[in-house]
Design a binder for this molecule. Structure first.
Ligand SMILES: [Zn+2]
Length: 78
């Protein structure tokens, strides 16, 4: 019985936080992709996490950082 997963085309990438499609009119919006295999004994004990985050959600996210990466970048490229 065919299911949607039988479709051979790549799934449209979406933002893991807000669900916005990252692909628009044939190109993929710049975004960050995170892949992490958590070690055994860590808080996530061996779990694998893979997700994409759109630029808008990334912007919101880093605003919550004590050390904002944007400020670090300005220093690094001086
Ligand atoms: Zn988003």
């Amino acid at each position: 019985m065919p299911t949607q997963s039988d479709n051979k085309t790549e799934p449209t990438p979406i933002c893991g936080k807000c669900g916005a499609p990252l692909q628009k009119a044939g190109y993929i919006d710049d975004h960050i992709s995170i892949g992490k295999i958590w070690g055994y004994g860590s808080q996530f004990d061996g779990e694998t996490h893979n997700f994409d985050v759109c630029a808008a959600c990334y912007s919101e996210w880093i605003e919550s950082f004590l050390n904002n990466p944007r400020e670090q970048t300005a220093e690094d490229f001086r």
